[in-house]
Design a protein around this ligand. Structure first.
Ligand code: FUL
Length: 457
């Protein structure tokens, strides 16, 4: 029956929590995969590695942080423990850690070094703690392992200052005794909320969603308002193409806010392998991922693995620097600051100039019921343009379902770009074009659109 269906007005009641909003505003941050695998040249350790193999001789977390900052990153998430169970901090609860490694004669604590380097560098720090543990003898024994895991979480969330993200990997397979563990997620979440209430619980958690692949691919329509469950059908999974279209949500049982995070590596592997030194992603590939993810209503979590010295490899450092310059140059000269903005709003109020500033305090919205809107941007003279940045004020949910970018051309309009969702931020890229007038049209929206920012580059 139609009245059972969720209405558009219901959909726009779904908005981000303060924690989710802060997380999305971080836009671009680093993943750092480092463990015994770095020294054994593996992607997954099996938990039998001797801590004696872990021996970074020139480790410098300041070098990591400087390189991340040169790319414009705002945070860093460290694999405090990967599937092999080896801990980068001297956990009280296991011998399988840096304390039995040659690193600083067992006196080292890489979680502390990374947290302090982030603090010095003014970026945020987060932790990855793999629930799957191929070393811990308690794994697969129910509560005994959950106790162990929560004790480790507690160490990480109480001894290292503010944590912005606790990244839970869903991987679950056999432990050392051949048994699988059933993770007590609710208990893990409760531990995080209690100890670090501002931290986002990412991926296998309620705040941030896995984008569905590790290759840096993005969806054309990326929704943050998604179906958690559907009536009479299985809920969509993270790898499905449609998580939040209006058609899908009509049939939803529960709808939530959960924005996507694109996690991918600068190299083919998550860990350092010398043979991949020649396979570091190109600047073109990296910038394309950046524009599609950060400019496609996602955050970007880019992995850079330290090598056996404990340093980011020179090639990766150069690439991060080049990426930072590329992003900086792209946005260094906004071409629409002195442009005249106009928009049709039936009550005649001129709110469109509000979108010149990038803030949720001032914004443009059309009148209720006006779900399409034309916005015209006129420059004082012809300018060469190649990009439009559009941001919805997501405090009012995610509303826009279709838009176009056109330029004035001779006597008519020429289409430069056609897109679907906007959300937190959409970067529309097109062929460099000389024009004196741009028109952005919201062609479809759940209810009247609320736009916080538009800029032309
Ligand atoms: C996966 C892991 O198995 C990989 O090793 C890596 O840590 C990736 C980010 O998540 O589930």
């Amino acid at each position: 029956m139609y009245s059972d269906y969720i209405s558009d007005k219901e959909l726009i009641k779904i908005t981000p929590s303060e924690r989710q909003l802060k997380h999305q505003q971080m836009e671009f941050y680093a993943f750092v995969h480092f463990t015994v695998n770095t020294f054994t040249d593996k992607e997954w350790g099996d938990g039998t590695e001797s801590p004696s193999v872990f021996d970074p001789t020139e480790l410098s977390c300041d070098q990591w942080v400087d390189a991340c900052k040169s790319a414009g990153m705002t945070g860093l998430i460290l694999t405090a423990k990967h599937h092999d169970g080896f801990c980068l901090w001297p956990s009280r609860y296991t011998e399988h850690s840096v304390k039995n490694s040659p690193y600083k004669n067992g006196k080292g604590d890489i979680v502390r070094e990374a947290a302090e380097a982030c603090k010095r560098g003014g970026i945020k720090f987060g932790v990855y703690l793999s629930p799957w543990d191929r070393n811990c003898p308690l794994y697969g024994q129910g509560k005994a392992y959950d106790d162990y895991y929560c004790n480790q979480l507690t160490e990480l969330l109480t001894n290292y200052g503010e944590i912005f993200s606790v990244w839970f990997d869903g991987a679950c397979s056999e432990g050392p005794n051949g048994k699988k563990q059933v993770y007590d997620w609710d208990r893990y979440y409760e531990t995080v909320r209690r100890l670090q209430p501002d931290a986002a619980i990412s991926v296998s958690g309620p705040d941030v969603r896995w984008c569905g692949n590790e290759a840096g691919k993005t969806r054309e329509s990326e929704w943050s308002v998604i179906a958690k469950s559907l009536k009479n059908e299985a809920a969509p999974t993270e790898t499905d193409s449609d998580l939040g279209s209006r058609e899908l949500l009509r049939n939803a049982d529960e709808i939530i806010w959960k924005a996507a995070e694109v996690d991918t590596s600068i190299r083919p592997g998550w860990f350092y392998h010398k043979k991949e030194n020649i396979k570091v992603r190109s600047l073109t590939a990296l910038s394309d991922i950046y524009f599609r993810s950060v400019g496609g209503n996602c955050t970007l979590l880019l992995n850079i693995p330290p090598d056996t010295r404990g340093l980011f490899h020179e090639t990766d450092v150069m690439r991060l620097y080049a990426l930072g310059r590329k992003i900086e140059n792209t946005f260094s000269r906004c071409l629409s600051l002195d442009a005249v903005f106009t928009a049709d709003r039936s009550d005649g109020k001129n709110l469109i100039e509000n979108v010149k500033t990038d803030s949720y305090d001032t914004y443009f919205s059309s009148n209720e019921g006006e779900n399409t809107v034309n916005i015209t941007i006129s420059f004082p003279e012809k300018r060469k343009i190649r990009m439009a940045v559009i941001k919805e004020n997501i405090l009012f949910s995610q509303r826009i379902e279709g838009f176009t970018v056109e330029c004035h051309h001779g006597k008519g309009w020429k289409k430069l770009f056609e897109g679907t969702t906007v959300g937190y931020k959409r970067i529309a890229r097109f062929r460099p074009t000389l024009t004196d007038t741009v028109r952005i049209t919201v062609t479809d929206s759940r209810v009247n659109p609320v736009i916080s920012h538009i800029a032309i580059y």
